[in-house]
Design a protein around this ligand. Structure first.
Ligand SMILES: *Cc1c(COP(=O)(O)O)cnc(C)c1O
Length: 473
């Protein structure tokens, strides 16, 4: 592709991008694609000859777009949001053009130093202590894995990196029953074994019970095992429960267990001073993660991982063969030593663009707006006689079910599953489901930048309308 053609096409694409954002609401939020439908439209063999960009782009519009789920759609209220704001998109365009590989300071000094600066900004914006150091990982799952490995090494005096785990005994980890599946995965990846993950009971607010945590740690010590890491969750994925960090932190300190705080989604709410109560006791945490790529307008991937003892982190990951040595030594950060990846994308640029173009106040407005809209809708759901909320809803997420008067309890799951499928089948609204104390629940999260109060109001009208047309036999 010559540069003249590139320039022309790129201008054309930018127009398409702006049109996409402007008219996204006219698309169904979730496609009706059947499994294999897209695959069947794609040639089995790669083309031998070059194809024109016009032709490729036409196929993108005809084949790919109809099979896309639109995460930036105002009616996307499933999972968690994955915001892509215009400034973030612009930064990603520049990142992909310069296409630097940012594994070490020398391979891109500005990328490294910008990452250091924006992670300090973020740390201060969410109220973490000054002695936390930040690095951008791809996802919260990777951040969790990094925390487990560092915890494992610290508790073994950095021996197991060399000797392996064969003679190291059992390493036990602890998390609430509501913890995200990335905990289970991280424990497997770190070689600790999922049998050694203790799921600690939760209270009536679905928050980890500290006394139960201490009991579990004591039992493992008694048995000669090694308590290694506790994961506290702020904003659980299923229902946004918040573990009591202060009490958990004291226990971790007492038994010298690594404390990782998983605030993947809810951490963005810490830009609001009124939500800082969630991190009371953070000084006893060893690591903390939240994903600006969920709710803070920097698009995927961008997971902000903070660690108190960066020396322990680097000692866990640093390997320095001759071909990676550079003469700057300790004066600079080499982020390849802060996690599993060697090669790294330039992800700090989009954070810089987003933070500067919204300002802290703009980001606060965005988060505050979603919390207020969701709270208002949750209150309406709670007030409706034939609907009920199934868990506390401190942030911008709530779980509910349809419960017509006198309807047999044991059939409510099936009724709500039918309702849930019918809602999503409209293509007008996209929700996800979960289970709360074994009951089937419909889960709604607001977070897309395009979502306005009217979208939540329309969602509620649609939900009620579909529910009340269901046959109640
Ligand atoms: C979304 C989420 C994760 C996983 O996030 P990824 O960045 O996709 O790995 C982990 N923990 C919690 C609480 C989450 O909400």
């Amino acid at each position: 592709m010559d540069l003249r053609n590139f320039r022309e096409t790129a201008h054309h694409f930018v127009d398409w991008m702006a049109d996409y954002m402007e008219h996204i609401e006219q698309r169904p939020v979730k496609p009706k694609t059947r499994p294999g439908e897209i695959l069947a439209q794609l040639p089995e063999k790669a083309p031998e000859k070059p194809e024109a960009m016009d032709h490729i782009f036409q196929d993108f519009q005809d084949i790919i777009m109809p099979g896309m789920t639109h995460w930036q759609h105002p009616n996307f209220m499933a999972y968690f949001p994955a915001n892509a704001s215009p400034p973030s998109i612009l930064a990603e365009m520049l990142t992909s053009t310069v296409a630097a590989q940012c594994m070490s300071w020398q391979t891109s000094p500005a990328a490294t130093e910008l990452e250091e600066r924006v992670m300090d900004w973020l740390r201060d914006m969410i109220g973490l202590p000054q002695n936390f150091h930040g690095v951008i990982q791809d996802t919260a799952s990777t951040s969790m894995f990094v925390a487990f490995l560092t915890a494992r090494e610290r508790v073994n005096n950095f021996r197991t990196n060399h000797t392996g785990l064969a003679d190291a005994g059992r390493h036990c980890c602890y998390a609430s029953a509501e913890v995200h599946s990335s905990t289970d995965k991280g424990i497997r990846m770190a070689g600790l074994g999922s049998d050694n993950l203790r799921k600690i009971p939760v209270d009536e607010n679905f928050a980890l019970i500290p006394a139960e945590l201490e009991k579990a740690i004591l039992a493992d010590l008694e048995a000669g095992h090694t308590p290694t890491c506790v994961v506290a969750t702020l904003g659980s994925t299923s229902l946004s429960s918040i573990d009591p960090l202060a009490e958990i932190g004291k226990i971790c300190k007492k038994y010298n267990v690594w404390l990782h705080v998983d605030a993947a989604w809810a951490g963005s709410a810490l830009v609001l001073p009124e939500f800082r109560w969630m991190i009371t006791g953070i000084e006893n945490a060893d690591s903390f993660v939240f994903n600006p790529h969920k709710w803070l307008l920097a698009q995927f991937d961008c997971s902000a991982f903070f660690v108190r003892d960066k020396g322990a982190l680097i000692r866990t990951f640093e390997i320095l063969p001759e071909y990676l040595k550079t003469r700057e030594g300790d004066q600079v950060n080499n982020y390849r030593d802060w996690g599993p990846q060697l090669g790294r994308r330039f992800r700090a640029l989009k954070l810089w663009f987003v933070i500067r173009s919204y300002g802290i106040e703009g980001l606060q407005d965005h988060i505050r707006r979603h919390i207020a809209m969701t709270q208002a809708l949750a209150a309406q759901v709670a007030a409706e006689p034939d609907f009920e909320l199934l868990a506390p809803n401190p942030l911008a997420l709530f779980c509910f079910r349809y419960h017509p008067e006198g309807y047999p309890e044991q059939q409510l799951d099936a009724l709500n599953e039918t309702l849930f499928e019918a809602i999503n089948d409209t293509g007008k609204l996209y929700l996800t489901q979960t289970r709360i104390m074994d009951a089937y629940a419909i889960r709604l999260v607001s977070g897309a930048e395009a979502t306005q109060p009217r979208h939540l109001e329309q969602a509620w009208v649609l939900i009620k309308q579909i529910a009340r047309q269901l046959p109640l036999d």
